[in-house]
Design a protein around this ligand. Structure first.
Ligand SMILES: C[S@@+](CC[C@H](N)C(=O)[O-])C[C@H]1O[C@@H](n2cnc3c(N)ncnc32)[C@H](O)[C@@H]1O
Length: 478
């Protein structure tokens, strides 16, 4: 399939997609620093996005970090025009969009972060090669690239369904009719499987549900894409290494933690003597992983992959756990339970850990810079007649463990100015624009906020009195 055909498809049907929270430079930068790469702070950096589509990943970042510089490129003139119109309407002066083909384009200057989300698997092998060459050539010395791709074996079943869908649309000319036929096929298959027993049926149901939940434009470019080639983690890393790019980590940090494998799995794998990379590959097999968001750098990661947990001191932290107000007791030894996603329950007994977790849980969705977190925890400890934090190294390790469990959001602070709320908090100009024009909505933490078109309109309607507390909880006040 030629690149020109792919471009025509994106011009005909835009890929309307919002922010990719894991690609945020503050999150990517924190992970890189934990692994010893001195990545640039988010508020003073240069970011390049390859295949940026309508720019809705780059623009919220550009609005949040006025002293950083953002360049987005894509070969779909229609999508670049949409991105540029949004940029101009919101007066975002530190972002620039370029309509160009990856195969020929050369960026100017070095970039601290390069993002390519949803591109690698969706282009021919020639363009894939060029994409990695561009990442390698564009990255600054301690720069980090974020590249997502569909992985095997998890993508084998969706890939099989995709092939059947492609056969079903042969001879159908218009994108709308193709999407309608694909939805009809998926609905019928889902109906067939709804009461079927067994693990295959459950697996297929999940696959079909994922596909049916997508807006039809995304279905058109993902499942009905002209190219959609999954690969193994090993194939991807070998490809990156050919371009002098080292694998650093997964942008979704918790998903790469082999220490979390249950003990029987660890013992069963032990005879295979897997080193780090093969462990990653085997985890993909064990968990049927179908997507990776890998971080790459020309800077080397140490062979032992030692974690510099002290980096947490330069980060802002947000806890994805809750605590019952009635259970708070900082008394040494008395247990407190914190509940997180996926049934995670953490019992803490140590006063500093309890104080820190309680402060974070109560402050959410704020991301607290580590020094402020310590000051607030020390105040709580003093209220209970307890001594302040003294073993910072133990606290950094504890917080890093929470990060590895997906219980903590860790973002590199920079000067921290961007973490402060305005004197009169409200929606940002871009949030308003997104709501007005029915784009996916992005909150101040670069997370998508799911709202119906009516919900979005209500947000910006002066006659509907918005619930400030709800807006704040959703991260929609800046
Ligand atoms: C699946 S979309 C992902 C868009 C966006 N990154 C996102 O995640 O929402 C892939 C994007 O890559 C762009 N693309 C594909 N091949 C390209 C090429 N050769 N040069 C420039 N852009 C390309 C397409 O136009 C499209 O916008």
């Amino acid at each position: 399939m030629s690149a020109d055909v792919i471009r025509e498809r994106y011009d005909a049907v835009p890929y309307r997609h919002g922010a990719v929270s894991d690609s945020h430079p503050a999150r990517v930068g924190a992970i890189a620093r934990l692994l010893g790469i001195n990545a640039a702070p988010p508020d003073r950096c240069r970011v390049l996005e390859l295949g940026c589509g309508e720019g809705m990943n780059l623009l919220p970042l550009a609005e949040r970090f006025p002293k950083s510089e953002f360049v987005g490129m894509d070969f779909s003139a229609k999508q670049i025009a949409v991105a540029e119109a949004a940029r101009a309407a919101c007066g975002i002066g530190n972002a620039r969009f370029v309509c160009a083909d990856l195969r020929e384009w050369k960026p100017e200057g070095a970039f601290d972060y390069v993002i390519a989300h949803g591109v690698y698997s969706w282009v021919s092998s020639e363009v894939r090669d060029r994409l990695l060459a561009l990442c390698a050539g564009a990255l600054a010395k301690n720069g980090v690239a974020y590249v997502s791709y569909n992985t095997l074996p998890g993508w084998a079943l969706p890939g099989g369904v995709r092939k059947v869908l492609l056969q079903e649309i042969v001879g159908i000319a218009s994108p709308e009719a193709q999407m309608a036929r694909a939805v009809q096929v998926l609905d019928s298959l889902a109906e067939c499987m709804k009461d079927q027993p067994g693990s295959y049926a459950a697996n297929l149901r999940d696959t079909l549900d994922d596909m049916r939940a997508k807006p039809s434009g995304l279905l058109f470019h993902d499942e009905l894409a002209a190219v959609n080639e999954p690969c193994t983690f090993t194939e991807f890393s070998v490809d990156a290494a050919r371009h002098g790019l080292n694998y650093v980590a997964e942008a979704h940090y918790a998903t790469m933690q082999s220490a979390h494998l249950p003990a029987p799995m660890q013992s069963a794998l032990a005879p295979l003597q897997l080193e780090f990379a093969r462990t990653q590959q085997f985890m993909d097999v064990l968990f049927q992983r179908w997507l990776r968001n890998s971080l790459l750098s020309s800077a080397p990661v140490s062979a032992e992959r030692a974690i510099r947990a002290g980096v947490i001191a330069d980060c802002a932290l947000g806890l994805r756990m809750t605590v019952d107000a009635g259970s708070i007791s900082l008394t040494p030894g008395s247990p407190m339970q914190f509940k997180g996603v996926h049934g995670l329950v953490l019992e803490a007994r140590e006063p500093v850990e309890k104080a820190v977790l309680t402060v974070l849980a109560r402050s959410f969705p704020e991301r607290l810079p580590f020094p402020r977190l310590c000051a607030m925890a020390n105040q709580s400890l003093a209220d209970w007649g307890l001594p302040p934090v003294s073993d910072f190294s133990a606290l950094h390790d504890f917080l890093h463990r929470l990060f590895a469990l997906d219980a903590l959001d860790v973002m590199l602070c920079g000067d921290g100015e961007w973490l402060r709320m305005n004197a009169t908090p409200g929606l940002s100009t871009l949030m308003r624009y997104q709501a007005q024009n029915d784009f996916p909505l992005t909150n101040r933490w670069h997370e998508p906020v799911a709202l119906t078109p009516e919900g979005k309109r209500a947000l910006i309607d002066p006659s509907s009195r918005a619930d400030e507390a709800a807006l704040e909880r959703a991260g929609l006040l800046v």
